[in-house]
Design a binder for this molecule. Structure first.
Ligand SMILES: *Cc1c(COP(=O)(O)O)cnc(C)c1O
Length: 458
């Protein structure tokens, strides 16, 4: 049997076949055909290669997920072992397998706040759909069936399924369909930069947190099931939480008997410099969704964690009429276990907090000092946004039509660096194993990309 190889066709043949048969998420299909896809053929450490032999430093860790880097033999071996032993079996009808059980045990050790019961799924979106169903079931079982509304935030990202997209608050996610669905509400997110120089991060954070209380009072606490937030917002543009923000959110949730859900899909597993964003911001959530870094993206797996308080009610509420064929897929669990073992053995979370993150932000701040395009650098751990502005003294934004971040993203690509463009910001989220030398390389390429973009913007 021959394995499929990139070299069995030319790049343009692959591109034509791709256009003929593959529909791409988050992509303008027509524009894509004009340019052709980049065919990615290999990866090692923090680097990926395309079919033309170009090497890129992956400043996005895939999609915020390849935390331990590419090319980990230990993970492929774990997959092979599990595949040979038990490639698949479900966990529905009084069955389990050892990989599911062991992973749940390991997660219970790592998560904060007594989150020690886990239900599996295969993606962050599915995890958040699971949250919506379980939380409503929780309140109904407690005899409070009117508590159904979820409150999320503007520029939040919680996934792409119908419930997850309704939890989210990114305007570009709303175009295709009549979302959010009913019973999903949103409050402002706590990013102060555009509020002007006189407004401090902390004071704006408090204002943004108090918007939750206003919303709960407007809806009636009897109708509100939960508040959901990413500890630090990711795909909406990387907004770290200001000091005091989460404390105030938690005070409000407690006071009005509203559950708190932390969406840790990006923040979880070291991205913020602690195991979970909830550790970094001292959040005690009732439920937590996790995905991405759980397996470093090697196989799809996600989970929802819950405390005894939630589990005990749900466990007494009759059968859980929810689950997926691939919930707790043993091979995905096996790769997650191996991934967590690498994270622990190599002390990758400590590496982020003590070494990589301080150096990364020092270098980004230095770049911001000297570069006229950069209005603000923000972020936490190893997730960052570089806000591009037309006038950094007066905080005047670019006209969106000028597409400064897309220009910068394309220029970075030509320099051999993958970044993401979100609005008028350039977003970075490299593998957590990135070294100081690789950070230097990343910053050098980003700086060159910014110069190219500045020249184009005139
Ligand atoms: C990526 C993401 C999701 C959705 O995960 P998928 O696996 O793409 O469904 C949910 N929440 C957050 C915070 C994310 O970044």
């Amino acid at each position: 049997m021959s394995t499929l190889s990139a070299s069995s066709r030319t790049t343009s043949e692959w591109q034509q076949l791709d256009h003929a048969h593959q529909v791409h998420p988050f992509t303008d299909q027509k524009a894509l055909h004009g340019r052709g896809v980049r065919v990615i053929t290999g990866a090692q450490g923090v680097y990926i290669w395309d079919s033309e032999g170009n090497r890129f430093l992956d400043g996005m860790a895939g999609l915020w997920c390849v935390n331990v880097g590419y090319g980990r033999k230990e993970l492929t071996q774990a997959v092979q072992r599990q595949m040979e032993e038990l490639p698949y079996y479900n966990n529905f009808f009084q069955t389990a397998n050892v990989s599911q059980i062991e992973l749940a045990r390991m997660l219970a050790e790592l998560t904060p706040n007594g989150l020690r019961h886990f239900i599996y799924s295969s993606s962050g979106s599915e995890a958040n759909d699971t949250v919506v169903r379980l939380v409503r079931h929780y309140w109904a079982t407690l005899g409070k069936p009117t508590k159904r509304v979820f409150i999320g935030r503007t520029l939040a990202y919680h996934g792409s399924t119908l419930a997850a997209v309704s939890l989210g608050g990114m305007p570009n996610m709303r175009g295709m369909d009549r979302v959010p669905l009913p019973e999903f509400e949103h409050i402002i997110h706590p990013h102060a930069y555009w509020q002007g120089e006189g407004v401090t991060k902390e004071s704006y954070g408090l204002k943004a947190a108090r918007a939750l209380e206003e919303k709960i009072l407007e809806l009636g606490a009897d109708n509100v099931a939960a508040f959901i937030g990413e500890p630090a917002q990711g795909a909406g543009g990387v907004f770290e939480a200001p000091a005091g923000y989460w404390a105030e959110i938690q005070r409000i949730c407690k006071k009005h008997d509203v559950l708190l859900v932390a969406d840790e899909v990006i923040c979880g597993f070291g991205r913020t410099g602690q195991w979970f964003g909830s550790h970094t911001y001292d959040i005690a959530p009732d439920l937590m969704s996790m995905a991405k870094g759980l397996s470093s993206g090697y196989l799809p797996i996600s989970a929802v964690a819950m405390t005894d308080r939630i589990f005990d009610v749900i466990a007494g509420g009759g059968p859980i009429a929810h689950g997926y064929t691939y919930s707790g897929h043993p091979t995905a669990c096996a790769v997650a276990i191996a991934n967590l073992n690498i994270m622990k053995r190599e002390r990758i979370v400590d590496h982020v907090r003590e070494t990589a993150s301080p150096y990364f932000f020092q270098k980004l701040q230095e770049l911001a000092q000297r570069h006229p395009l950069i209005g603000e650098v923000r972020g936490v751990g190893l997730m960052a946004a570089v806000q591009l502005v037309r006038d950094k003294q007066k905080r005047i934004p670019f006209d969106a039509k000028q597409e400064p971040a897309i220009k910068c993203r394309e220029a970075c690509l030509s320099e051999g660096l993958i970044v993401r463009a979100v609005g008028e910001a350039v977003v970075l989220s490299p593998p957590l194993i990135i070294t100081r030398d690789e950070i230097d390389e990343l910053i050098g390429k980003l700086s060159a990309g910014l110069d190219q973009a500045a020249a184009q913007l005139g």
